[in-house]
Every structure is written in structure tokens, then in C-alpha cells.
Design a protein around this ligand. Structure first.
Ligand code: NAI
Ligand code: MG
Length: 359
């Protein structure tokens, strides 16, 4: 059976960066006979303009029938006046929930060539390579009851509910342990078990699932301490697993340790490692159409796809090494430019990676 990838370029810089990622993917697909097929569809604002909805049924069907989804980015000022239900972002949320993508992988890797892009001291961040696994479909962002009500006293009260079932915790635990097995076999589960019972259960289930993975060293940390440790000494971490809300905050802290939004990929997986892969950044309307966006986050998302969905670690490593070589050759898009390097376009950066792969 040929493997199928749904390609959703989206809006803004999305089509520009996805085009470069496809150059790389096409090359590695042919070179290593991976047998991957592609089909492109509209999502987000582009889909709204064509069909009046950010997630047309044919796009959703394509994603459901594919093994993986490669997404650029969605959104932009043009669609901001639209009602929430038909905004471009709804296209992404729809795919996440329809495909049950509960495990969000956010690596933070600092390439040695870009050590000065970080606002932290080089000795703190040099060599940084950590992965945050965020639970994506449960917790306080979805819990009921929720809302703003008028209490009996006449005062307004706001309310949200943090709920995690044992099965929800267990499946994200398995996902995180399996990822840790593919890395340095260290997993830190972040919670607030001293104050929140829901995360006391989280901690207990993590420990229980950990018995199935004796090769992975499991530790636990409170979220306030984890926030401090991420900034103080981030290299102590390999894989961090945490709840939806804690992961939202910690993954953004981790991303900024590297200082470069154009370099960071992500994955969102289901229980069978089917997934959606996308850069963490948005559609960057301020630079769209200029051919200057950094395509490396999207190219690195392709490497994650090959590693996690298609179980092709060698192909993934080849792409990551090619990105490294491209940076070694001193070419930089504007977002990572520094004195003494050569500024290049989106396409030239893609070509530099391709050349390194062919090399
Ligand atoms: P953004 O990530 O699009 O841009 C933030 C800043 O980073 C901008 O100055 C942009 O030029 C720069 N930037 C982002 N990616 C870059 C790249 N690859 N190379 C060079 N520079 C890059 O976030 P912003 O401006 O808050 O949102 C813009 C639009 O994107 C909004 O409509 C927002 O809703 C949407 N968005 C979509 C996401 C997605 O599709 N997953 C995620 C975040 C925002
Ligand atoms: Mg966030």
C-alpha cells in the first residue's frame, strides 16, 4: 500500500514554505524509495474564499484517508472580520479534533550556528535539544462546566473545569514514553500534584505506565519549578510531558530559548502515530508574498513526519543533517540573519538544504 500525505499549504507564507519542504520530501522520497504519495487541498482562509468554509469536507476526507498531514499555516488580516465559527483557525482545530490528535510534540533545538539568536547565555543554551509533549485534546481548555455566570449574590463569576480521565492520561503517557525511547530515554512529567487533584491522578498514572518502559527514566516536577528550570538550566531535560494548559505555556517558553520562530517544527499525533506536521509559527502576513520566509521549520516538520509516522529515522536524520549543513554554509533567511552571513530567499534556503541532501 502506498503511503499518502495530505498537503495543506494554507495562507500567507504557507504556500511558500510548503513548496520548499516538498522539494526536500520529493528528493528523499525518490532517493530512499519511500513510496510516499501526495495530494494537495485547501484549508483556512484559502478554503473559505473558494468554498465558504475553512475546512471543506473534501479536505477533511483527504486528511482522514491520509497517513500524515503536512500543513503550512492559516489565517491573516483578510479573514479577521469573519465570525469565529468560520475563521481560518477553525480549519486547524477541526482537523485536530476529527483526527483525534491528542499528542502535541514541540521540540526546541538550538542549532550551534544560531546560538546568538537566543536571549540566554550561550553556555546555558548551547546544545539544547528537548521535546515537550503536550496533551492537546483534553484538560481545562475543553472541560465542562465553563462560562461566565451571574452568581446568587449578583456578582459575576468565571468558571472553567480541569478534567482528565485515566484513559486520557494513559494514552498521552504511552505516547511520551515511546518518544523518550527514540531519544535519550529521560522523561519528566510536569504537574501541580501538590495543589490540583486532577494532576495528582496524572502523576499516579504516569508512574503506573512507566512500569511498561523500564528503559526510560521517569521523573516528576511541579510546573512552577519546571518554568524556572527551563530558563535556568534547560539542558537537564530530554522529554517533558504535561497537560494541555501547562504545555501551552511551557512549550512557548521552550521555543523562545532558541530565539528563532522560523526554525521550530511540531507534530500532533493520534494513538497510531498518524499525525499532522506543521511549523509552530503562523502565516506571517507581514512578510507573505515576498519570498523571504524561513522554510526550515517546515522542512524540519517533514523530518518529524518521517520519524514519527513513517518510522524512517534515517531519512529524518538525513534531512536534519542537511539543515545543519545549509546553516554551516552560512546562508540565512532574514529572520536568522547576522553579520558575516549571507542573506538568502525562501527558495535559496530550500535549495541549500536540497544541495546538502544531494551532496
Ligand atoms: P506569526 O507566527 O505568523 O508571525 C510572528 C512574527 O514572526 C512575524 O513578524 C512574522 O513575520 C515572523 N515569522 C513567522 N514565521 C516566520 C518564518 N517562517 N520566517 C520568518 N519570519 C517568520 O504570528 P502572528 O503574526 O501572531 O499571526 C499571523 C497570522 O497567523 C494570524 O492570522 C494568526 O491567527 C495566524 N496563526 C496561525 C497559526 C497556524 O497556522 N498554526 C499559528 C499562529 C498564528
Ligand atoms: Mg500558545
Amino acid at each position: 500500500m502506498p503511503k499518502k500525505i495530505a498537503v495543506l499549504p494554507g495562507d500567507g507564507i504557507g504556500p511558500e514554505i510548503v513548496a520548499e519542504a516538498l522539494k526536500v520530501l520529493n528528493f528523499i522520497n525518490a532517493d530512499m524509495s519511500l513510496g510516499l504519495n501526495f495530494e494537495t487541498a485547501l484549508v483556512g482562509g484559502a478554503a473559505y474564499d473558494a468554498f465558504g468554509t475553512p475546512l471543506p469536507q473534501q479536505t477533511l476526507n483527504l486528511c482522514k484517508n491520509a497517513d500524515a498531514v503536512l500543513l503550512g499555516a492559516v489565517g491573516g488580516p483578510k479573514w479577521e472580520p469573519l465570525a469565529h465559527a468560520i475563521r481560518p483557525e477553525r480549519g486547524l482545530l477541526g482537523i485536530r479534533s476529527e483526527l483525534n490528535l491528542f499528542s502535541n510534540l514541540r521540540p526546541a533545538i538550538l542549532y550551534p550556528q544560531l546560538v546568538h539568536a537566543s536571549t540566554l547565555k550561550p553556555e546555558v543554551v548551547a546544545g539544547l535539544d528537548l521535546m515537550i509533549v503536550r496533551e492537546l485534546t483534553g484538560g481545562i481548555y475543553f472541560g465542562q462546566p465553563r462560562g461566565i455566570h451571574v452568581a446568587e449574590s449578583g456578582e459575576k463569576v468565571g468558571l472553567n473545569t480541569e478534567i482528565y480521565s485515566e484513559s486520557e492520561i494513559r494514552r498521552i503517557a504511552h505516547s511520551a514514553f515511546r518518544i523518550a525511547q527514540k531519544r535519550r530515554k529521560k522523561l519528566c512529567s510536569v504537574d501541580k500534584a501538590n495543589v490540583l487533584e486532577v494532576t495528582e491522578l496524572w502523576r499516579n498514572v504516569m508512574a503506573e505506565v512507566g512500569k511498561d518502559y523500564p528503559d526510560v527514566q521517569l521523573s516528576h516536577m511541579y510546573v512552577d519549578n519546571a518554568a524556572m528550570q527551563l530558563v535556568r538550566a534547560p539542558k537537564q531535560f530530554d522529554v517533558i510531558v504535561t497537560t494541555n494548559m501547562f504545555g501551552d505555556v511551557l512549550s512557548d517558553i521552550a521555543a523562545m530559548l532558541t530565539g528563532s520562530i522560523g526554525m521550530l517544527p511540531s507534530a500532533s499525533l493520534d494513538a497510531n502515530a498518524k499525525g499532522m506536521y506543521e511549523p509552530i509559527h503562523g502565516s506571517a502576513p507581514d512578510i507573505a508574498g515576498q519570498g523571504i520566509a524561513n522554510p526550515l521549520a517546515t522542512i524540519l516538520s517533514v523530518a518529524m513526519m518521517l520519524r514519527y509516522t513513517f518510522n524512517q529515522p534515517e531519512a529524518a536524520e538525513r534531512i536534519e543533517a542537511a539543515v545543519n549543513s545549509a546553516l554551516d554554509s552560512n546562508v540565512r533567511t532574514a529572520d536568522i540573519y547576522s553579520a558575516g552571513t549571507t542573506q538568502v530567499s525562501t527558495a535559496e534556503m530550500g535549495n541549500a538544504v536540497l544541495k546538502a541532501l544531494q551532496g
